[in-house]
Design a binder for this molecule. Structure first.
Ligand code: MTE
Length: 500
């Protein structure tokens, strides 16, 4: 066949249909004429060796700080160290984040390797050098071989749909993991955390201190933890390119899990410090991992209001489902906040600080925000966002799958979960085979037990007389009669959070 004489790109058809938007020119319509700007491209990577050398010996600058704490650098009280790491990071270039909202998501497991995150760690060096490798070894040791690894480093993974609701209590190896940084390797014997800030008598606590039942009564709670990004993939695939290019977490139905945690109430520990002083109203939690954001390094810091702690709804936990807390879930000690998004349940806790206002740290003040629909990348003001704390009521189908062919005798076996944040619980779960016109209520005996802080899993033989394409949808009403929006679009927001 003779060559076709065309100026079209080979995949012109695909590009025009919006299946490969990342290569489209940007249209600048701010002037009288529309101008087509070339899409952003990145040149070869550069490195200013002299500038990096001038920072000093990285192994000495970012050396091990505490005996038995591998991979921990405390950044928060050390502006000098932060500045040194910033200089290292800005004296060279790294590959850009993959923009897969506009292009295809790789069909691999791990889906994404996190190349630039690994490079940042290696570039800073010192205690961070080995972290990417240690973290992946931990994944392979502690997690189920069937986990879907969304991001290799920092590790983000969820169980495949068939295992998400297989058990009402999620086995530790199958509980989803959401990490912003690497996993610090902390020895239990050398572990302690500090409680300071606006408390009467600041002090440190070891695990033995907390485990002393004559001082702190044990607290045991079964808790569903949900990442606010659960089911973000629906927003990504339906409205590609419209949300935050959060490249690390294309979560599906599996970024939720339920476990039984043992520990003590943080309220009692604050009391052991003589209580709060000087108008303290929030507690900030510091995690020992290192998070990179906009060429800055930091520890993982968030806060919750004192009222939440005072209600005995914040736990310091060392046990998960009858086992020592796994390293990947925060060993030796983590926070578990009942009924709040997972982001507040800080792992590898090294400090609790009583403060007056919610934490100004980036994870609290710039992430996990819910923006109104009209806010996008270019007119984003952090103060327009609402800090996400309690997840809205939600439910999800884990079987059958989208576009799966089912041969049936008038009933389709469906499985899934339902959950509501803030201590509300699913009262009713309904299913429809016609996109939400006619609904069947799942009988209560087909839902798992009702508990204040947990999901309810369900299984139901859904009547269906139709042959052809059907649209199975579910919805939940919680005990406050909240229910879900009718479609994904209604819940769309820039950060692609709280898909319900
Ligand atoms: N704590 C630290 N120190 N670092 C983190 O990256 N991620 C948070 C939270 N605690 C995180 C953390 C987020 S966003 C979630 S959803 C939960 O941990 C997930 O807990 P899991 O990994 O044990 O399931």
């Amino acid at each position: 066949m003779p060559d076709i004489n065309t100026v079209n790109r080979p995949d012109e058809w695909k590009i025009e249909q919006g299946l490969s938007g990342a290569v489209l020119p940007v249209l600048d319509m701010t002037g009288p004429e529309t101008k087509a700007l070339a899409p952003q491209t990145f040149g070869p990577l550069t490195k200013d060796e002299d500038a990096i050398k001038s920072v000093g010996d990285r192994d000495a600058l970012f050396k091990a700080e505490r005996k038995g704490w591998k991979g921990f650098v405390e950044w928060e009280n050390h502006p000098d160290k932060k500045a040194a790491a910033h200089k290292i990071l800005t004296s060279q270039t790294f590959p850009p984040n993959p923009e897969y909202q506009l292009g295809p998501i790789p069909a691999t497991n791990p889906v994404l390797p996190g190349t630039h995150w690994k490079m940042w760690h290696h570039a800073v060096g010192g205690e961070l050098t080995q972290i990417p490798e240690d973290s992946w070894d931990t994944v392979l040791r502690e997690k189920h071989p069937d986990m879907l690894h969304l991001l290799q480093f920092p590790y983000n993974g969820e169980p495949p749909k068939r295992l998400v609701t297989d058990k009402v209590i999620t086995p530790n190896s199958l509980h989803f993991v959401r990490n912003h940084g690497g996993i610090p390797m902390i020895d239990k014997e050398d572990y302690s955390f500090t409680l300071d800030g606006l408390v009467q008598n600041p002090r440190s606590f070891t695990l033995d201190d907390l485990m002393d039942e004559s001082k702190f009564p044990r607290m045991e709670k079964t808790v569903t933890m949900q990442c606010s990004g659960t089911r973000r993939i629906e927003q990504i695939t339906k409205y590609a390119g419209q949300g935050d290019e959060v490249p690390q977490a294309p979560w599906a139905e599996g970024a939720i899990g339920t476990a039984n945690y043992v520990g003590v109430s943080l309220k009692k520990v604050v009391k052991a410090c003589g209580g709060l002083i000087d108008g303290a109203k929030h507690l900030e939690f510091d995690g020992a991992d290192t998070y990179f954001k906009d060429d800055e390094v930091m520890n993982y810091l968030v806060s919750v209001p004192w009222s939440k702690v005072k209600a005995n709804e914040v736990l310091l936990a060392w046990e998960m489902n009858g086992e020592t807390l796994p390293r990947i879930h925060g060993y030796p000690l983590r926070i578990v906040v009942l009924g709040y998004i997972g982001a507040r349940s800080v792992k590898w806790l090294y400090r609790v600080k009583a403060i007056r206002e919610p934490s100004r740290a980036p994870v609290q003040s710039k992430e996990y925000l819910y923006f109104p629909q009209q806010v996008g990348k270019h007119n984003l003001k952090m103060t327009d966002g609402i800090q996400i704390q309690e997840m809205p009521v939600s439910s999800a189908i884990t079987s059958p799958w989208t576009k799966q062919v089912v041969i049936h005798n008038g009933r389709i076996r469906c499985k899934g979960w339902a959950y509501s944040g803030g201590g509300r619980w699913p009262e009713r779960v309904e299913l429809s085979t016609d996109g939400g016109f006619n609904w069947y209520t799942i009988p209560l005996e087909s839902l798992s037990r009702k508990r204040k802080w947990t999901w309810r899993t369900w299984e139901f033989d859904l009547p269906c007389d139709v042959e052809g394409w059907i649209e199975i949808v579910c919805r939940c009403r919680d005990n406050a009669l909240n229910t879900q929006p009718p479609d994904v679009r209604t819940a769309w927001n820039w950060g692609l959070h709280v898909t319900s």
